[in-house]
Structures are given as structure tokens and as C-alpha cells.
Design a protein around this ligand. Structure first.
Ligand code: FUL
Length: 607
């Protein structure tokens, strides 16, 4: 496989390779680096492979992106108004009706909270375009918003310019509205035209997000994307942008729950989806984006190519990616943990804040963002100690710490395989924490301890690591909030005494007696296991004789396979029912015959 982005670099001037203890900046080498990708000769020895891995380095764009740390997502579109996570493309553009859209409010809020880049869903899977595109009538131009003269992308561009924020755009390849979807060449032309509009008419774009989801077109037609062509358009129009997810600059961490790996290699044998043959290459290695191990020596031993493909942790501040009136933002404690598990684990955090139906970031979310920004600033802006010229911090007097942050100069590659943090107390060195990879930034927390000194020892590495100064902190984790366990939307309450069982391949619910039923909450198992409903049919009956499908049930829990959150469905009109049944039409693994599974189903009645 030839990777068009592969480049070999020979740095000028010889540098000293020091043996023994690691000094800061002591890792320069007089020999070669591989920028972004490298093919491994089949006969390379295990040691040669490890050595090659240690010399794969980011492009300048990737490096700049990794340094951003905090980036934001804005999921906004027809789903905001239909209460869905995945629209099916049949939405009337008139449903898109923000009453007070203000992109400056979005950007000012994000800026204040410390975010450096914001990505907008210019088009989600429903195909509705937030800019007045010439490629389809399914866009803001056909909505009543600003009499069809609005342009969300332009509004965001202007706000980003005003607040000095970088702009990113999400353009879903999967399009459930385009009639040509599945007619590969035709749809690829349309997609390229959309890409040209977005990347050509809205100034500098720093991140382009191509989602991995790819559904079938009409009549089961399968769309073959022309990734190579898409990439060329991007290179032509926005050569400095990073291409995320299916792209080869930024890798999806593998979950939507805000959880980075404790061992996170930016250098990986996983081949980005954008390259032809990637699936076969990854299958040969038995890995995909969700694999726990994406960079060990065992994998390197079998690898055919290596890529600098750093991880992005994408997660929403609310359970869903789109705004749903009855969902609440995560607690400050949860956000703090997500920060430590993403930015603190060699990843960039992409936090989604969905604008509401007015077209504003809701008050609860903006308050939470302010708290979060303040927590990050208070915790990490001022270390209580920082090493100079070595990896040891000497404190003038015993100092209480509970957190250490380390980083490698990744412009020289990622090399540390394991390390130990030790503290000196009363003349004795003791282990405070241990870790594996470091990469761009690794944050470790431990019980508070008073130390006279703290040091980082690299216990295993791929060649000489190039370390940045070590920093020590005394941070406070926000208190755990007592969770409001109830997901019941306002105006409704749960029906008590409902029994549930699986019979005839269906989930059957029985209420103690006939009741006004206004909806239900389907809670899947957190692992979205087989049998979890993705597409389903819901019917209700007062007497087990006459069955009706209540109005307002879409029959799809969009994205539940990636984000297994409770799904609240409110009927357009309450019905009288004693029985509800759910037939599985397709589960999270694509099966149409699996036995349906659920963690909880709450039946709702008007309050
Ligand atoms: C997923 C999509 O299917 C979700 O709806 C969401 O946009 C998330 C960020 O990516 O793959």
C-alpha cells in the first residue's frame, strides 16, 4: 500500500544521543524521521520495527491540533427540533425553526471556557444542510428561519473570527435524504460539490470531520465513497486542516463515553479508513478503532505500516449528541473525570454542547462549561512545581501534591512505554503512581502526599525519549453530585407495577390495569449488547386484541450502538393501554433475529 501522505525527514545537524539518565531535550537524533506514515518491510526484525515506530512523527498540522487540548462540537440541525439522534431524511425543512439563533453566544461561551476550536455539524446523517447549498433543496434555504436567508455556517464563521476561535466542519458522508445516495459516482459528485462549497467559501477551516457511519441507500444500495477524491479536495482547498475519523490525521478513540486509553499510542499499525484496503489490512492484524491495544510491540511485530494517527475523545455534555429538552448536562465531576481521561491520556477532548431549539447554548450547559473551564484553569494553570533540565522537581519545603503531568516532545515521536512517579518523603523515595504511555500529555493522580521532591523515571522506551518538563499539582476533584436518577420528562410520571418479559421474540410489558400511556423510556445495557433495539416496532393494546402503533414513535434509536443512553419516546397523543410490545427489527450488531434485550423500560403516563 502506498500512502500519499508519507514523507521522510532528515533533520539538519547531528544531535547527541545520551546514554544513562534522561535529560530534557536529549533525544535529538542525526538520522531519519517518518512524517505521518511509513511502510514496514516484511523482513524487518522486531527491533527494527520498534525503532521505526519511534521515528514516526506528526505533520505540523497534527502537532498544532494535538496542542489544542480542548475542542468543542456543536450538534445542531433538524434533530434538534424532532427530538431524535439520527434523522431519517424525510424531515420537512420547515421543522428547522430556531427562534433566537446566536452563533456569537456559542463561540463567546466556548472561548470563555477555554476551548480553542469548534466543529459544527454542517450536515448530519439526515442530509439537511445548515448552509444554503446549491447541491440540494434540503437546507436552511427551504426553512422559514430568517425567511430562508439564513446560513448557520456563515454565522459561525463570523463569530469565530470575532472571538479568535478555530473553525471545524462535520460533513456526514452518510446522507439519508439524497436520492442519489447509493448511486456511488453520482453521490460522490454531490458530496464533493458540498465539500467545495464548505471548504471554499467560509475561510480557514482547521478540522474536517468525516463520520464513519455508513448506512444503506434506497433499496439497500451500498454507497462506495471516493475517499481519495475527498482528500484531494481537502488538500487543495484547506491544506492546513486535519481530516478526522475516516481521515488519516485524527483518530476516533473508539467510544462516545469520554474514555481515553491508559495506554494510548499516537503511532499505530491501524490503517485509516480513507486508504483503500484498510479494512483488509486491519482485519489481518485483528484490530479496529475500538481495540484496546493499538500500538504494543506485539502488534508492531505483525504490522505492515505505521501511522501517526492521534486519538480524539468525542463525548457529549448531555446524554445525546443533539439537544433534547428533558436531558441534563453532565455534572462538573463527570466533566473533570472526562478531562483527566482524555487530555490526561494523550488525547484531544472534543466536547459536544448541543444548541437548543432557540439556537442558543442552554443556560444549564453554559453554567456547567464555565465551571468546567474554571476547574481546568484552577487545577492546571499553576503547577506547584516544575522540573528544570531534568525529570526531578525539588521543592524548597515539603509540599502536598496529588497529581503529576508529563509530556514528550512529540515532534520527535512517541517513545515512552512505561514510567514511574516517585516522591521523596522523610528521606525515602516511594512510588506515587505508575503509567505506560505518555505522548503529548499524561496526567496521573494519586492520594495527596507531602514531598520534598518528586521524580519521573522512564522504565521502558523505544529509544531515547524526548521529555518535556514534569509538573506537579495539588488539584481538587469536584464533589460527586447526588445523581438525579430519574429520566422521566416533565409532565409525565412512571407507571408503577409494570412487568416485562420476552415472549415470541418480543418484549412484552403488562401494566396492572388499563392506563393513559404517554410514552416510554428504553434503557439499554451500557455495552449495547446483542439484542439491544436499534430499529423496532412498538405497539400498544388495551386488551391484547387490538394493537396500534402510537403516533410519534420513529421506530429507531439512532446511534444507540455507539452511545447506549436511555431513550425517551413521548407519543404525539397518549393512548389507553394495558399492554405494550416491542418487536426487534434490527439490533445494534445488525441482527434481525436476536432475542431483544434491555436494562429497563419505564412506561410513562401524563402527570
Ligand atoms: C456518530 C454519529 O452517528 C452520531 O450521531 C454523532 O454525530 C457522533 C459524533 O458520531 O458516529
Amino acid at each position: 500500500m502506498f500512502f500519499p501522505t508519507m514523507k521522510m525527514i532528515f533533520p539538519a545537524g547531528a544531535a547527541m544521543l545520551l546514554a544513562g539518565s534522561i535529560m530534557l531535550g536529549a533525544c535529538g537524533r542525526s538520522d531519519k524521521y517518518y512524517e505521518k506514515s511509513v511502510e514496514i518491510p516484511a523482513d524487518a526484525t522486531p527491533q527494527e520495527r520498534v525503532d521505526m515506530a519511534s521515528r514516526v512523527v506528526p505533520t505540523p498540522q497534527q502537532l498544532a491540533w494535538q496542542e489544542l487540548g480542548l475542542t468543542a462540537f456543536l450538534h445542531f440541525g433538524v434533530n434538534t427540533f424532532t427530538d431524535r439522534e439520527w434523522g431519517d431524511g424525510t424531515e420537512d425543512p420547515a421543522v428547522f425553526a430556531p427562534t433566537a439563533l446566536d452563533a456569537e453566544q456559542w463561540v463567546a461561551t466556548l472561548k470563555k471556557a477555554g476551548f480553542k476550536l469548534v466543529i459544527l455539524t454542517a450536515k448530519h446523517h439526515d442530509g439537511f444542510c445548515l448552509w444554503p447549498t446549491a447541491t440540494t433543496g434540503h437546507s436552511v434555504a427551504a426553512s422559514g428561519w430568517l425567511e430562508g436567508n439564513g446560513d448557520v455556517v456563515k454565522a459561525l464563521r463570523e463569530a469565530c473570527d470575532k472571538y479568535d476561535m478555530k473553525l471545524g466542519l462535520y460533513l456526514s458522508p452518510w446522507d439519508r435524504n439524497a436520492t442519489c445516495y447509493g448511486d456511488s459516482e453520482k453521490y460522490n459528485d454531490m458530496f464533493v460539490a458540498q465539500l467545495r462549497e464548505l471548504l471554499g467559501n467560509y475561510g480557514k477551516v482547521d478540522e474536517v470531520w468525516f463520520d464513519g457511519a455508513c448506512g444503506e441507500g434506497p433499496n439497500g444500495k451500498r454507497q462506495e465513497y471516493d475517499w481519495e477524491r475527498f482528500r484531494k479536495v481537502m488538500e487543495e482547498l484547506q491544506p492546513e486542516a486535519v481530516l478526522a475519523i475516516t481521515g488519516d490525521d485524527v483518530r476516533w478513540v473508539g467510544n462516545e463515553g469520554g474514555l481515553g486509553r491508559t495506554t494510548e499510542w499516537s503511532v499505530t499499525p491501524l490503517t485509516p479508513a480513507i486508504f483503500p484496503g484498510s479494512k483488509e489490512a486491519n482485519d489481518r492484524l485483528g484490530i479496529n478503532e475500538m481495540s484496546a491495544d493499538l500500538g504494543s510491540r506485539e502488534l508492531l511485530a505483525k504490522a505492515e505500516s505505521l501511522h501517526w494517527w492521534p486519538s480524539e475523545v468525542d463525548v457529549s455534555i448531555r446524554p445525546g449528541w443533539f439537544y433534547h429538552p428533558d436531558e441534563k448536562p453532565k455534572s462538573l465531576r463527570e466533566l473533570a473525570e472526562i478531562y483527566l481521561q482524555s487530555v490526561g491520556r494523550n488525547s484531544t477532548l472534543l466536547l459536544n454542547i448541543p444548541p437548543d431549539r432557540r439556537g442558543l447554548i442552554a443556560r444549564a450547559d453554559s453554567l456547567r462549561l464555565m465551571e468546567f473551564g474554571k476547574w481546568v484553569e484552577t487545577s492546571f494553570a499553576n503547577p506547584v512545581g516544575k522540573s528544570e533540565g531534568s525529570l526531578t522537581i525539588d521543592f524548597p519545603a515539603a509540599t502536598e501534591i496529588n497529581c503529576v503531568a508529563a509530556g514528550e516532545d512529540i515532534s520527535k515521536g512517541q517513545r515512552v512505554e512505561s514510567f514511574v512517579i516517585e516522591g521523596l518523603s522523610g528521606g525515602n523515595w516511594t512510588t506515587l503512581a505508575e503509567g505506560t504511555t505518555i505522548g503529548h500529555r499524561r496526567i496521573l493522580t494519586f492520594e495527596p502526599v507531602a514531598v520534598e521532591a518528586v521524580r519521573l523515571n522512564v522504565t521502558s522506551s523505544r529509544g531515547e525519549p524526548c521529555m518535556k518538563p514534569v509538573e506537579a499539582f495539588r488539584i481538587e476533584l469536584p464533589a460527586e453530585e447526588v445523581a438525579d436518577a430519574s429520566n422521566v420528562p416533565s409532565g409525565h410520571k412512571a407507571v408503577n407495577g409494570v412487568t416485562a418479559s420476552v415472549r415470541d421474540g418480543e418484549i412484552q410489558l403488562t401494566l396492572p390495569e388499563v392506563a393513559r400511556v404517554s410514552g416510554f423510556i428504553y434503557t439499554p445495557h451500557a455495552d449495547a449488547r446483542p439484542g439491544t433495539l436499534y430499529r423496532y416496532k412498538c405497539e400498544t393494546s388495551p386488551d391484547w386484541g387490538v394493537w396500534t402503533v402510537p403516533a410519534g414513535v420513529s421506530g429507531e434509536f439512532g446511534n444507540i450502538m455507539h452511545n447506549a443512553t436511555p431513550r425517551t419516546v413521548v407519543f404525539s397523543k397518549p393512548v389507553d393501554a394495558r399492554y405494550l410490545r416491542f418487536k426487534l427489527l434490527e439490533d445494534t450488531k445488525g441482527s434481525t433475529t436476536a432475542s431483544p434485550s434491555w436494562a429497563d423500560i419505564t412506561v410513562l403516563t401524563p402527570q
